[in-house]
Design a protein around this ligand. Structure first.
Ligand code: C2E
Ligand code: MG
Ligand code: MG
Ligand code: MG
Length: 282
């Protein structure tokens, strides 16, 4: 009967919930040791200039290797954010990206790397001192570092965030707004914050070929960026058609599987040297 099958659904559902919460607990515990156990790795994904056909930047994307499985940041970053672990992990990622910059410069590669920034890290006391210290210790040009903050960060706590971003700017680190278009950031916010770049969220690029609304949003973001003198990057570009749309609408910086997936640093270095050679550069 319908009633019987519904109660069966409820049993299955609550069993699923139980499994999900058990996995979360398990992961939260395991995550506490992930850094000491060397389980975290920073991957790099190229950001590409469509006009010059050169990789002009890279995004640092975290991976967690646990018992032969690679766990997605989509799953473990929210877990880290619910505890204080995100602060430790966020600092670790920044320090690791500084290490990577040293490696790149040893290979003669000068390339800005962007680091994702969790809203919770606003409350990490002395974080900016930590950044300064890492930059000095590694002898890095802060021009080669960029924080990606999400739009949500900008809207909540506007005054605190403005101060925080201004202090970041003082260190020389650049700032971009990630997943742009998904929040409700107004033009006047953008104008008064020390932002360099807008990254158009992948969800708007995905259906750009046949979704009128997505096209309108993408066009508006590009226009907004140009009028505020910000650079603009399209995320999640996978097809020629999407790329052509961007070229036609004056967005020539893109990131997506079409240009390269996130990959280990060693592979990234090999690829970029190869690519730049093909472009006649060394
Ligand atoms: P995000 O910052 O928006 O990063 C872009 C995500 O889109 C990455 O997923 C990347 O692999 C994926 N992506 C790039 N191009 C394409 C494409 O053409 N098609 C598709 N389908 N996907 C594409 P990933 O690496 O799984 O990271 C997911 C999210 O996890 C990131 O989104 C970011 O919010 C968060 N994250 C990753 N690393 C860190 C970190 O070190 N710290 C913090 N706080 N968050 C991180
Ligand atoms: Mg990002
Ligand atoms: Mg993004
Ligand atoms: Mg995201």
């Amino acid at each position: 009967s319908a009633k019987k099958s519904m109660s069966k659904d409820i049993v299955v559902y609550s069993e699923k919930l139980k499994q999900a919460s058990q996995r979360r607990l398990f992961l939260e515990n395991a995550l506490k040791n992930a850094i000491e156990q060397n389980q975290l790795e920073v991957f790099l994904q190229p950001i590409f200039d469509i006009e010059s056909k050169e990789v002009i930047k890279a995004e640092a994307l975290l991976r967690w290797h646990l018992n032969g499985e690679t766990i997605s940041p989509v799953e473990f970053i929210p877990i880290a954010e619910r505890s204080d672990l995100i602060n430790t992990i966020g600092r670790w990622v920044f320090a690791t990206v500084c290490d990577i910059q040293v490696r790149l410069s040893e290979q003669g590669v000068k390339l800005p790397i962007t680091v994702n920034f969790s809203p919770k890290q606003i409350y990490d006391l002395h974080l900016i001192n930590f950044f300064r210290h890492q930059i000095e210790e590694h002898h890095i040009d802060p021009d080669l570092l960029e924080l990606e903050v999400t739009e949500g960060v900008l809207i909540n706590n506007y005054n605190k965030v403005k101060l925080f971003l201004e202090e970041i700017k003082d260190t020389g680190i650049h700032i971009s707004v990630d997943d742009f278009g998904t929040g409700y950031c107004s033009l006047s916010y953008l104008k008064h914050l020390p932002i360099d770049t807008l990254k158009i969220d992948r969800s708007f690029i995905e259906d750009i070929d046949d979704n009128e609304d997505d096209r309108a949003i993408v066009n508006a973001i590009i226009a907004m960026a140009h009028s505020l003198n910000l650079s603009v990057i399209a995320e999640g570009v996978e097809t020629q058609a999407q790329q052509q749309y961007l070229i036609d609408h004056k967005c020539h910086i893109a990131q997506g599987f079409m240009y390269g997936r996130p990959m280990p640093v060693t592979d990234f270095i090999a690829n970029i040297q190869n690519n730049n050679q093909h472009q006649g550069k060394h």
